[in-house]
Design a protein around this ligand. Structure first.
Ligand SMILES: NC(=O)c1ccc[n+]([C@@H]2O[C@H](COP(=O)([O-])OP(=O)(O)OC[C@H]3O[C@@H](n4cnc5c(N)ncnc54)[C@H](OP(=O)(O)O)[C@@H]3O)[C@@H](O)[C@H]2O)c1
Length: 355
Protein backbone atom coordinates (compact mmCIF):
# COMPACT_ATOMS: atom_id res chain seq x y z
CA UNK A 1 0.00 0.00 0.00
CA UNK A 2 1.20 3.53 -0.80
CA UNK A 3 0.12 7.03 0.15
CA UNK A 4 0.93 10.66 -0.70
CA UNK A 5 3.50 12.64 1.31
CA UNK A 6 4.70 16.25 1.05
CA UNK A 7 8.49 16.49 0.77
CA UNK A 8 10.86 19.40 1.13
CA UNK A 9 13.61 18.66 -1.39
CA UNK A 10 16.01 21.56 -0.90
CA UNK A 11 16.22 25.08 0.57
CA UNK A 12 13.38 27.19 -0.90
CA UNK A 13 12.69 24.61 -3.59
CA UNK A 14 9.01 23.97 -4.37
CA UNK A 15 7.55 21.20 -2.21
CA UNK A 16 6.96 17.88 -3.96
CA UNK A 17 4.19 15.31 -3.58
CA UNK A 18 5.59 11.78 -3.69
CA UNK A 19 4.15 8.34 -3.10
CA UNK A 20 5.67 6.44 -0.15
CA UNK A 21 5.11 2.93 1.18
CA UNK A 22 2.56 2.88 3.99
CA UNK A 23 4.16 1.11 6.99
CA UNK A 24 2.27 -1.49 9.02
CA UNK A 25 2.24 -0.62 12.74
CA UNK A 26 4.00 -3.10 15.02
CA UNK A 27 4.22 -3.47 18.82
CA UNK A 28 3.07 -0.16 20.39
CA UNK A 29 2.66 1.64 17.07
CA UNK A 30 -0.56 2.90 15.47
CA UNK A 31 -1.41 4.02 11.99
CA UNK A 32 -3.37 7.26 11.79
CA UNK A 33 -5.28 8.74 8.91
CA UNK A 34 -3.98 12.33 9.10
CA UNK A 35 -7.00 14.64 8.78
CA UNK A 36 -5.71 18.01 10.04
CA UNK A 37 -2.28 19.44 10.63
CA UNK A 38 -0.56 22.76 11.13
CA UNK A 39 2.38 24.36 9.40
CA UNK A 40 4.80 25.47 12.11
CA UNK A 41 7.83 27.75 12.00
CA UNK A 42 9.87 24.53 12.16
CA UNK A 43 8.47 23.65 8.73
CA UNK A 44 9.78 26.89 7.28
CA UNK A 45 13.13 26.35 9.03
CA UNK A 46 13.25 23.05 7.12
CA UNK A 47 11.89 24.27 3.81
CA UNK A 48 13.79 27.57 3.65
CA UNK A 49 16.55 27.34 6.20
CA UNK A 50 18.19 24.03 5.45
CA UNK A 51 17.25 22.36 8.77
CA UNK A 52 16.41 19.08 7.03
CA UNK A 53 17.90 15.93 5.60
CA UNK A 54 16.53 16.40 2.09
CA UNK A 55 14.30 14.96 0.80
CA UNK A 56 12.35 15.26 4.05
CA UNK A 57 8.65 14.72 4.79
CA UNK A 58 7.14 17.80 6.42
CA UNK A 59 4.98 18.28 9.49
CA UNK A 60 5.64 17.51 13.16
CA UNK A 61 2.09 17.03 14.35
CA UNK A 62 -0.90 14.95 13.48
CA UNK A 63 -4.64 15.07 14.10
CA UNK A 64 -6.67 12.20 12.75
CA UNK A 65 -8.29 8.80 13.22
CA UNK A 66 -6.62 5.58 14.31
CA UNK A 67 -7.03 3.03 11.50
CA UNK A 68 -4.69 0.20 12.60
CA UNK A 69 -2.92 -0.76 15.84
CA UNK A 70 0.05 -2.94 16.82
CA UNK A 71 -0.46 -5.81 19.26
CA UNK A 72 0.99 -3.93 22.27
CA UNK A 73 -1.21 -0.86 21.99
CA UNK A 74 -3.11 -0.50 25.28
CA UNK A 75 -5.08 2.76 25.52
CA UNK A 76 -6.21 3.61 22.01
CA UNK A 77 -8.43 1.77 19.51
CA UNK A 78 -9.28 1.84 15.86
CA UNK A 79 -11.71 4.72 15.32
CA UNK A 80 -10.34 6.97 18.10
CA UNK A 81 -9.78 10.60 17.13
CA UNK A 82 -6.26 11.47 18.26
CA UNK A 83 -3.65 14.23 18.19
CA UNK A 84 0.04 14.47 18.99
CA UNK A 85 3.49 15.92 18.40
CA UNK A 86 5.77 13.46 16.66
CA UNK A 87 8.72 14.15 14.46
CA UNK A 88 11.47 11.56 14.80
CA UNK A 89 11.08 9.48 11.67
CA UNK A 90 9.61 10.26 8.29
CA UNK A 91 6.74 7.84 8.87
CA UNK A 92 5.58 9.91 11.87
CA UNK A 93 5.23 13.24 10.08
CA UNK A 94 1.93 15.07 9.69
CA UNK A 95 2.01 16.25 6.08
CA UNK A 96 1.12 12.89 4.53
CA UNK A 97 -2.03 10.81 4.31
CA UNK A 98 -0.99 8.28 6.97
CA UNK A 99 1.38 8.51 9.92
CA UNK A 100 2.70 5.57 11.94
CA UNK A 101 3.90 6.39 15.44
CA UNK A 102 4.08 5.16 19.02
CA UNK A 103 1.15 5.29 21.43
CA UNK A 104 3.03 7.53 23.90
CA UNK A 105 2.95 10.43 21.44
CA UNK A 106 -0.85 10.41 21.12
CA UNK A 107 -3.89 11.47 23.11
CA UNK A 108 -7.60 11.28 22.41
CA UNK A 109 -8.93 14.67 21.33
CA UNK A 110 -10.92 16.17 24.23
CA UNK A 111 -14.64 16.51 23.55
CA UNK A 112 -14.55 20.31 23.92
CA UNK A 113 -12.13 21.02 21.07
CA UNK A 114 -12.36 20.57 17.31
CA UNK A 115 -9.82 18.87 15.05
CA UNK A 116 -8.48 22.19 13.65
CA UNK A 117 -8.12 23.50 17.21
CA UNK A 118 -6.32 20.30 18.20
CA UNK A 119 -3.85 20.92 15.36
CA UNK A 120 -2.66 24.12 17.08
CA UNK A 121 -1.67 22.47 20.34
CA UNK A 122 0.86 19.60 20.61
CA UNK A 123 4.20 21.06 19.41
CA UNK A 124 4.08 24.17 21.51
CA UNK A 125 2.28 22.67 24.51
CA UNK A 126 5.18 20.21 24.73
CA UNK A 127 7.66 23.04 24.14
CA UNK A 128 6.35 24.95 27.16
CA UNK A 129 6.56 22.03 29.62
CA UNK A 130 10.02 21.15 28.35
CA UNK A 131 11.37 24.73 28.43
CA UNK A 132 9.95 25.70 31.81
CA UNK A 133 11.10 22.54 33.60
CA UNK A 134 14.47 22.04 31.93
CA UNK A 135 15.80 25.45 30.85
CA UNK A 136 14.17 27.65 33.51
CA UNK A 137 14.29 25.00 36.25
CA UNK A 138 10.74 25.76 37.43
CA UNK A 139 8.63 22.81 38.59
CA UNK A 140 5.32 21.91 36.92
CA UNK A 141 4.27 18.91 39.03
CA UNK A 142 1.72 16.43 37.73
CA UNK A 143 -0.83 15.88 39.02
CA UNK A 144 -0.81 19.37 40.48
CA UNK A 145 -1.60 19.15 44.22
CA UNK A 146 -4.82 21.05 45.09
CA UNK A 147 -3.08 23.60 47.30
CA UNK A 148 0.04 23.88 45.13
CA UNK A 149 1.86 27.23 45.24
CA UNK A 150 5.29 27.41 43.60
CA UNK A 151 8.10 28.77 45.76
CA UNK A 152 8.82 31.41 43.09
CA UNK A 153 5.14 32.33 42.69
CA UNK A 154 5.76 36.10 42.60
CA UNK A 155 9.11 36.13 40.76
CA UNK A 156 8.81 37.89 37.41
CA UNK A 157 8.82 35.60 34.38
CA UNK A 158 9.20 37.63 31.20
CA UNK A 159 7.67 35.93 28.19
CA UNK A 160 9.11 37.59 25.11
CA UNK A 161 6.72 36.81 22.28
CA UNK A 162 3.59 36.41 24.41
CA UNK A 163 1.33 36.39 21.36
CA UNK A 164 3.25 33.63 19.62
CA UNK A 165 1.77 30.17 19.87
CA UNK A 166 4.44 29.14 22.38
CA UNK A 167 3.91 32.34 24.37
CA UNK A 168 0.16 31.85 24.63
CA UNK A 169 0.58 28.30 25.94
CA UNK A 170 3.31 29.48 28.33
CA UNK A 171 1.03 32.13 29.83
CA UNK A 172 -1.83 29.67 30.34
CA UNK A 173 0.28 26.85 31.78
CA UNK A 174 2.38 29.05 34.10
CA UNK A 175 -0.73 30.82 35.28
CA UNK A 176 -2.43 27.47 36.08
CA UNK A 177 0.56 26.49 38.21
CA UNK A 178 0.32 29.67 40.25
CA UNK A 179 3.08 31.81 38.73
CA UNK A 180 1.44 35.19 39.17
CA UNK A 181 3.98 37.71 37.89
CA UNK A 182 3.89 36.96 34.16
CA UNK A 183 5.14 39.75 31.94
CA UNK A 184 4.20 39.38 28.27
CA UNK A 185 5.96 41.19 25.41
CA UNK A 186 3.93 41.32 22.21
CA UNK A 187 2.30 43.77 19.83
CA UNK A 188 -0.19 46.13 21.48
CA UNK A 189 -3.13 44.74 19.49
CA UNK A 190 -2.79 41.44 21.41
CA UNK A 191 -2.40 42.88 24.90
CA UNK A 192 -6.01 42.51 26.01
CA UNK A 193 -6.04 38.88 24.90
CA UNK A 194 -2.72 38.15 26.65
CA UNK A 195 -4.19 39.45 29.90
CA UNK A 196 -7.04 36.93 29.59
CA UNK A 197 -4.38 34.20 29.29
CA UNK A 198 -2.66 35.20 32.52
CA UNK A 199 -0.32 38.11 31.75
CA UNK A 200 -0.14 40.53 34.66
CA UNK A 201 1.62 43.23 32.62
CA UNK A 202 2.13 43.68 28.89
CA UNK A 203 4.71 45.58 26.83
CA UNK A 204 5.04 46.25 23.12
CA UNK A 205 8.31 45.19 21.49
CA UNK A 206 7.69 47.78 18.77
CA UNK A 207 8.31 50.57 21.33
CA UNK A 208 11.88 51.79 20.86
CA UNK A 209 12.28 52.31 24.62
CA UNK A 210 10.97 48.92 25.73
CA UNK A 211 14.21 48.03 27.53
CA UNK A 212 14.17 51.17 29.66
CA UNK A 213 10.43 50.72 30.34
CA UNK A 214 11.04 47.18 31.60
CA UNK A 215 14.08 48.23 33.65
CA UNK A 216 12.13 51.09 35.22
CA UNK A 217 8.99 49.04 36.01
CA UNK A 218 10.46 45.67 36.96
CA UNK A 219 14.06 46.08 38.04
CA UNK A 220 15.64 42.68 38.39
CA UNK A 221 13.94 39.97 36.30
CA UNK A 222 14.88 36.44 37.35
CA UNK A 223 13.36 34.45 34.44
CA UNK A 224 13.20 35.08 30.70
CA UNK A 225 11.40 32.81 28.23
CA UNK A 226 12.35 33.94 24.72
CA UNK A 227 9.71 32.36 22.47
CA UNK A 228 11.08 34.17 19.39
CA UNK A 229 14.87 33.84 19.21
CA UNK A 230 15.26 36.95 17.08
CA UNK A 231 18.82 38.18 17.56
CA UNK A 232 18.00 41.86 17.07
CA UNK A 233 14.49 42.08 18.50
CA UNK A 234 14.38 39.62 21.39
CA UNK A 235 17.84 38.31 22.35
CA UNK A 236 19.74 41.62 22.39
CA UNK A 237 17.06 43.42 24.45
CA UNK A 238 16.92 40.47 26.87
CA UNK A 239 20.72 40.58 27.19
CA UNK A 240 20.42 44.20 28.34
CA UNK A 241 17.87 43.20 30.98
CA UNK A 242 19.32 39.96 32.38
CA UNK A 243 21.50 40.24 35.48
CA UNK A 244 23.67 37.96 37.58
CA UNK A 245 21.45 34.99 38.56
CA UNK A 246 18.85 35.46 35.80
CA UNK A 247 17.88 32.38 33.83
CA UNK A 248 17.22 32.83 30.12
CA UNK A 249 15.67 30.15 27.88
CA UNK A 250 15.88 30.78 24.12
CA UNK A 251 14.11 28.64 21.54
CA UNK A 252 16.34 27.62 18.65
CA UNK A 253 17.09 28.51 15.97
CA UNK A 254 18.52 31.98 16.63
CA UNK A 255 17.14 34.13 13.85
CA UNK A 256 19.53 36.66 12.34
CA UNK A 257 17.03 37.32 9.55
CA UNK A 258 13.65 35.63 9.07
CA UNK A 259 12.45 34.04 5.83
CA UNK A 260 10.44 36.40 3.64
CA UNK A 261 8.75 35.95 0.26
CA UNK A 262 11.95 37.14 -1.41
CA UNK A 263 14.83 36.15 0.88
CA UNK A 264 16.15 33.07 2.62
CA UNK A 265 16.56 33.15 6.41
CA UNK A 266 19.84 33.27 8.30
CA UNK A 267 20.03 31.18 11.45
CA UNK A 268 22.50 30.56 14.25
CA UNK A 269 22.70 28.23 17.25
CA UNK A 270 25.24 29.53 19.77
CA UNK A 271 23.35 31.39 22.50
CA UNK A 272 26.49 32.07 24.52
CA UNK A 273 28.20 34.19 21.88
CA UNK A 274 25.22 35.82 20.18
CA UNK A 275 25.00 38.55 22.84
CA UNK A 276 27.14 40.16 25.50
CA UNK A 277 25.64 38.45 28.56
CA UNK A 278 26.36 39.84 32.02
CA UNK A 279 28.43 37.58 34.29
CA UNK A 280 26.26 35.05 36.13
CA UNK A 281 23.40 34.98 33.58
CA UNK A 282 22.46 31.37 32.83
CA UNK A 283 21.45 31.13 29.17
CA UNK A 284 20.09 27.90 27.74
CA UNK A 285 19.09 27.03 24.21
CA UNK A 286 15.97 24.89 23.83
CA UNK A 287 15.29 21.97 21.52
CA UNK A 288 11.91 20.42 22.26
CA UNK A 289 13.06 17.23 20.56
CA UNK A 290 14.81 16.48 23.86
CA UNK A 291 11.67 16.56 26.02
CA UNK A 292 11.72 12.78 26.50
CA UNK A 293 14.91 13.15 28.57
CA UNK A 294 12.45 13.82 31.40
CA UNK A 295 11.00 10.37 32.10
CA UNK A 296 7.74 11.70 33.55
CA UNK A 297 7.13 14.02 30.62
CA UNK A 298 7.99 11.23 28.18
CA UNK A 299 5.33 9.03 29.78
CA UNK A 300 2.56 11.48 30.67
CA UNK A 301 2.87 14.76 28.82
CA UNK A 302 1.10 13.93 25.59
CA UNK A 303 -1.14 11.00 26.60
CA UNK A 304 -2.41 12.48 29.87
CA UNK A 305 -1.41 16.04 30.79
CA UNK A 306 -2.18 17.67 27.42
CA UNK A 307 -5.76 16.34 27.02
CA UNK A 308 -6.53 16.85 30.73
CA UNK A 309 -5.61 20.57 30.69
CA UNK A 310 -7.56 21.11 27.47
CA UNK A 311 -10.63 19.23 28.71
CA UNK A 312 -10.61 21.24 31.94
CA UNK A 313 -10.48 24.50 29.96
CA UNK A 314 -7.22 25.45 31.69
CA UNK A 315 -5.55 25.68 28.30
CA UNK A 316 -7.43 27.00 25.29
CA UNK A 317 -6.13 26.20 21.79
CA UNK A 318 -4.63 29.01 19.72
CA UNK A 319 -6.78 30.95 17.31
CA UNK A 320 -6.25 29.56 13.83
CA UNK A 321 -6.56 30.33 10.12
CA UNK A 322 -7.56 27.55 7.73
CA UNK A 323 -5.28 27.38 4.70
CA UNK A 324 -7.11 26.30 1.54
CA UNK A 325 -5.80 24.66 -1.63
CA UNK A 326 -6.94 22.16 -4.24
CA UNK A 327 -4.90 19.29 -2.77
CA UNK A 328 -2.50 18.44 0.05
CA UNK A 329 0.49 19.81 -1.86
CA UNK A 330 -1.12 23.15 -2.62
CA UNK A 331 -2.32 23.53 0.97
CA UNK A 332 1.19 22.78 2.30
CA UNK A 333 2.74 25.27 -0.15
CA UNK A 334 0.14 27.95 0.62
CA UNK A 335 0.80 27.57 4.35
CA UNK A 336 4.55 28.09 3.84
CA UNK A 337 3.80 31.13 1.71
CA UNK A 338 1.64 32.56 4.52
CA UNK A 339 4.44 31.98 7.05
CA UNK A 340 6.93 33.80 4.82
CA UNK A 341 4.50 36.73 4.67
CA UNK A 342 4.26 36.68 8.50
CA UNK A 343 1.58 35.54 10.94
CA UNK A 344 0.31 37.32 14.01
CA UNK A 345 -1.48 35.65 16.89
CA UNK A 346 -2.78 32.63 14.98
CA UNK A 347 -1.76 29.15 13.85
CA UNK A 348 -2.00 28.02 10.25
CA UNK A 349 -3.98 24.79 9.98
CA UNK A 350 -5.13 22.76 6.98
CA UNK A 351 -6.88 19.60 5.98
CA UNK A 352 -4.58 16.73 5.06
CA UNK A 353 -6.56 13.75 3.79
CA UNK A 354 -9.68 14.55 1.76
CA UNK A 355 -12.15 12.41 3.73
N1 LIG B 1 13.71 24.86 19.41
C1 LIG B 1 12.53 24.30 19.59
O1 LIG B 1 12.43 23.16 20.00
C2 LIG B 1 11.29 25.09 19.26
C3 LIG B 1 10.02 24.59 19.61
C4 LIG B 1 8.90 25.35 19.31
C5 LIG B 1 9.04 26.58 18.69
N2 LIG B 1 10.29 27.00 18.36
C6 LIG B 1 10.51 28.27 17.68
O2 LIG B 1 9.89 29.30 18.41
C7 LIG B 1 9.48 30.31 17.51
C8 LIG B 1 8.02 30.63 17.76
O3 LIG B 1 7.20 29.54 17.38
P1 LIG B 1 5.60 29.73 17.34
O4 LIG B 1 5.01 28.52 16.75
O5 LIG B 1 5.14 30.17 18.67
O6 LIG B 1 5.52 30.95 16.32
P2 LIG B 1 4.33 31.87 15.86
O7 LIG B 1 3.11 31.67 16.69
O8 LIG B 1 4.19 31.71 14.39
O9 LIG B 1 4.93 33.32 16.14
C9 LIG B 1 4.34 34.45 15.57
C10 LIG B 1 4.32 35.56 16.61
O10 LIG B 1 5.66 35.97 16.87
C11 LIG B 1 5.58 37.27 17.40
N3 LIG B 1 6.85 37.97 17.24
C12 LIG B 1 7.59 38.05 16.12
N4 LIG B 1 8.71 38.77 16.36
C13 LIG B 1 8.65 39.14 17.66
C14 LIG B 1 9.50 39.88 18.50
N5 LIG B 1 10.65 40.38 18.07
N6 LIG B 1 9.14 40.07 19.79
C15 LIG B 1 7.98 39.56 20.25
N7 LIG B 1 7.13 38.85 19.50
C16 LIG B 1 7.46 38.64 18.21
C17 LIG B 1 4.46 37.93 16.64
O11 LIG B 1 3.86 38.73 17.60
P3 LIG B 1 2.89 39.96 17.32
O12 LIG B 1 1.73 39.38 16.58
O13 LIG B 1 2.57 40.39 18.70
O14 LIG B 1 3.66 40.96 16.53
C18 LIG B 1 3.58 36.75 16.16
O15 LIG B 1 2.30 36.75 16.77
C19 LIG B 1 9.78 29.78 16.10
O16 LIG B 1 11.01 30.26 15.61
C20 LIG B 1 9.86 28.29 16.33
O17 LIG B 1 10.64 27.61 15.38
C21 LIG B 1 11.42 26.28 18.63
Amino acid sequence: MHHAAVFSVGPRAPLELRQVTTPTPVDDQLRILNEWTSTQPFDIHKADGGLAQYPDIMGDGSVGTVVEVGDQVKRLRVGDKVFGYMWKTSQERGHQTYAVTHERFLAKIPSNISMPEAATVPTNFVTVFHTVTSALGLPLPWPKPDSYVPSSTSDAILIWGGSSSVGQYALQILSYYGYSNLIAVGSARHHAHLKTLGASKTYDYNDSNIVSQLQRDLGNIPYFFDCIGSVSSSILPIAQLANNGSRVAILLPLIFSPPTPTSAPEYGYDVATVADWAPGVRVTSVRTHAYEDNEQLARLLQPEIMPALLQAGVVRPNQYRIIEGKDILERAENALKALREGVSGEKLVWKVADV
